[in-house]
Design a protein around this ligand. Structure first.
Ligand SMILES: Nc1ncnc2c1ncn2[C@@H]1O[C@H](COP(=O)(O)OP(=O)(O)OP(=O)(O)O)[C@@H](O)[C@H]1O
Ligand SMILES: [Mg+2]
Length: 248
């Protein structure tokens, strides 16, 4: 560790490479995310976003490079690293016959944490689920409601890093907005967030920083405060168009 490095990043990827056969899914990918920072990973289909999340979770092993979660080397201590991570998958599986509160207390317990109904309600509200739904059976929940319960489950874990793979895909504008606010609430508690997303227009509101990935290479990183939503969209389109031209 260099003398310059005074903080422990919640997540560090250093020159990570991942191959599938002779295909480079990720090439020298380096990203660092500070506690409380929300980072949006953008990129077209097949760019390597989900692969990046799977490497961080230790579900895949890199060919080269190093990944650290809250200072823990994922290659050396995958379970220790995973204990610091909350992951919101694209499809959240809930027990249909249990309420939102019961699902949350059950999954929190599986994760080693006992919470009471009042704490469960607080977490569900923080994740954006309307109070009327807290005691309702999950069987009738929309995708947006399931995502919010999933976010509450992730928050209950007291993790230092939250990973989300396209959390707003298939959600209506209002549900996507609620979920984005839940992500910001998590960040305000000091949790670092890495989200893979195609939702260009919401990036400015939800993320502090964005990275544009294409064919496993990070083409650009920017602070969202320095760009308007329209500038984010044109940066994305211009970068991908220029890469396509270079490849042609
Ligand atoms: N298990 C696997 N075996 C072989 N190739 C894979 C595997 N997983 C991913 N790939 C390849 O790696 C590349 C990156 O895929 P990845 O799923 O990470 O992209 P993505 O950015 O998440 O795309 P999307 O936006 O469609 O979700 C693609 O070329 C994909 O075909
Ligand atoms: Mg993906």
């Amino acid at each position: 560790m260099s003398l310059m490095q005074t903080r422990t990043d919640a997540l560090r990827l250093d020159a990570v490479r991942k191959d599938f056969g002779d295909r480079h899914a990720l090439d020298e990918l380096s990203i660092a995310i500070a506690p409380g920072e929300v980072y949006a990973l953008l990129g077209p289909n097949g760019a390597g976003k989900t692969t990046t999340l799977n490497l961080i979770l230790g579900f895949l092993q890199p060919e080269a490079g190093r990944i650290e979660v809250a200072g823990i080397d994922v290659g050396r201590d995958p379970l220790g690293a995973r204990a610091k991570i909350a992951y919101l998958p694209e499809t959240v599986m809930l027990h249909p016959s249990l309420s939102a509160i019961e699902n949350l207390t059950y999954f929190a317990l599986l994760g080693g944490r006992r919470i009471d109904a009042a704490q469960a309600r607080d977490l569900l509200s923080e994740a954006g689920l309307q109070p009327e739904a807290h005691a309702r059976r999950a069987a009738g929940f929309s995708k947006g409601m399931r995502q919010k319960v999933g976010l509450a489950i992730a928050l209950a874990k007291n993790a230092q890093l939250l990973l989300l793979d396209e959390p707003t895909s298939g959600l209506d504008a209002s549900a996507a907005n609620d979920l984005s606010q839940g992500v910001r609430a998590a960040a305000q508690r000091g949790i670092a967030v890495l989200m893979a997303t195609h939702d260009l227009y919401r990036v400015k509101d939800v993320a502090h920083r964005l990275g544009i990935l294409r064919a496993g290479r990070l083409l650009a990183q920017r602070l969202t405060a320095e760009l308007s939503a329209a500038q984010i969209e044109s940066l994305y389109l211009e970068l991908l168009a220029s890469q396509d031209a270079a490849a042609a």
